[in-house]
Design a protein around this ligand. Structure first.
Ligand code: ACO
Length: 429
């Protein structure tokens, strides 16, 4: 039996043998490249539910069994043993660094933590109450105006230099988004500090006081950055790749990813979770909201529940759930919101509607709670996510640029509009 699928056009009897291609793991794919040429048809797959957009060797996820691997390493092992900058190295280079490579990599990232002084003035163009995601997307896009020494996207050295710049500058840019909105002066990076500590220092230090972030906050953020670093071909990563396929400037591609991540069906869910918990307010109201979420005539959904790919527990959510519970205990947090969250989690996990549809709490359900516990403002939640995901975006962009099958991304459509008709003068309409 050959590894093909035969597609038959029952109208004409014409057939096409499509090769079945298998990867290392996961469902095989049907190569339909010749479908239009041979049978004169396209495929339609709203939401790309069954469409593989590329070959990739960066991240593998198995939604049925709750598996997430980066370059083959299980997320649980990376969360337990690694740190964010090492995960960035792994995503970009495909291998874990040895000790000298790790020292060199940390040094290289630190050499790019500053941004051009002009860029600091760019923030003034935003209204004081602009959403930090809007500012971040604009500022990251503006990076394209500064680095004329690495604009050759065909040059691997230029690509790697751009990757270092993206990863290193995101904490600086993220911190300024917060400080601009808070009326606080910008803080320069201190390269004696680690990646996460430096971010907290730039974001929360006070000009007139000594500042040392609590170790529990550094640990929790490190974990969140690792867990969010990459996640295969999600909406924002696909946006980065699509922009990249037009051979656009890489900073512009990352800005496309930031804007896509912002949506509440994607990275914006962590912010939406907290707003929802605030709206619920008290455990006595939970059932009302669960009923609303189950009502087909009501568009309301429980934020932080469900995932396109994970139809089993999101492995990141398992790790982060424990971290969230530990943090609440360690910091002795006694806020009604955490009580509501824990009760909502319990009720939804026991409800047939959620069980049947395999709607488990996702990573955003818990990440919002952790940020809240660390007193990170709600509007900054998705910015934190973007800071982490920029590592995955730039690694995926590099992989795209090196792909032998590189072509501009150009989906087709099924036209369902009006038939051809003649223009009618305005006086006669
Ligand atoms: N609350 C209530 N019902 C839900 C929810 C939810 N959060 N999510 C899905 N459903 C229901 C749908 O109504 C649908 O029911 P039906 O079969 O009776 O029509 C069924 O579950 C399947 O839902 P789809 O919309 O087909 O699932 P899809 O894979 O397209 O959507 C998504 C996934 C967008 C994550 C969705 O579950 C959702 O909106 N969740 C809330 C937002 C959220 O938490 N997003 C973060 C995702 S993780 C990330 O991006 C990092």
């Amino acid at each position: 039996m050959s590894d093909t699928v035969t597609i038959t056009d029952n109208r004409t009897g014409n057939q096409l043998e499509c090769p079945i291609i298998s990867g290392t793991y996961g469902e095989p794919v049907i190569d339909t490249k010749l479908l239009h040429k041979e049978l004169g048809m396209f495929t339609i797959d709203p939401g790309f539910g069954t469409t593989a957009s590329c070959r990739s060797s960066i991240t593998y996820l198995d939604g049925d069994n709750g598996v997430l691997l980066h370059r083959g390493y299980p997320i649980e092992q990376l969360a337990e043993n690694s740190n964010f900058t090492e995960v960035c190295y792994l995503l970009l280079h495909g291998e874990l660094p040895n000790s000298q490579e790790m020292v060199d990599w940390d040094h290289a990232i630190k050499m790019h933590t500053m941004t051009h002084e002009h860029l600091s003035r760019f923030y003034q163009g935003y209204r004081y109450d602009a959403h930090p995601m809007s500012i971040m997307a604009g500022v990251v896009n503006a990076l394209a105006s500064y680095y004329h020494d690495a604009t050759d996207i065909q040059n691997p050295e230029h690509r790697l230099l751009t990757a270092k710049r993206v990863i290193a500058k995101m904490p600086n840019i993220a911190s300024k988004c917060y400080r601009y909105a808070s009326g606080l002066p910008f803080v320069y990076p201190d390269n004696d500090k680690g990646f996460v500590e430096n971010f907290l220092y730039m974001t929360f230090s006070w000009p007139s006081e000594q500042y040392a972030p609590p170790p529990v906050a550094i640990r929790a953020l490190e974990l969140l950055l690792i867990l969010h670093a990459d996640h295969e071909q999600n909406a924002s990563t696909s946006a980065v790749r699509l922009a990249g396929s037009a051979e656009s400037n890489p900073f512009g591609c990352i800005a496309a990813g930031i804007n896509t991540l912002w949506g509440k069906a994607h990275g914006g869910a962590n912010e939406a979770v907290v707003h929802m918990l605030e709206e619920i307010g008290d455990t006595s109201n939970i059932q009302k909201f669960v009923d609303k979420a189950k009502d087909k005539d009501d568009p309301f959904r429980l934020m932080g529940f469900g995932h396109r790919v994970y139809k089993n527990y999101d492995p990141r959510a398992t790790i982060i759930r424990k971290a969230c519970h530990d943090l609440i205990t360690e910091m002795n947090i006694d806020q009604p919101m955490f009580e509501v969250a824990m009760e909502l989690e319990r009720i939804a996990l026991e409800d047939d509607y959620f069980i049947e549809r395999k709607l488990y709490p996702n990573v955003d359900f818990y990440s919002g709670l952790i940020y809240q516990a660390l007193k990170i403002p709600v509007s900054m939640f998705t910015v934190m996510f973007a800071m982490a995901r920029s590592a995955g975006w730039i690694a995926q962009w590099i992989e795209l640029m090196e792909d032998p099958d590189f072509r501009i991304g150009r989906p087709r459509q099924l036209y369902i509009g009006t038939e051809k008709r003649d223009y009618v003068d305005v006086a006669k309409r």
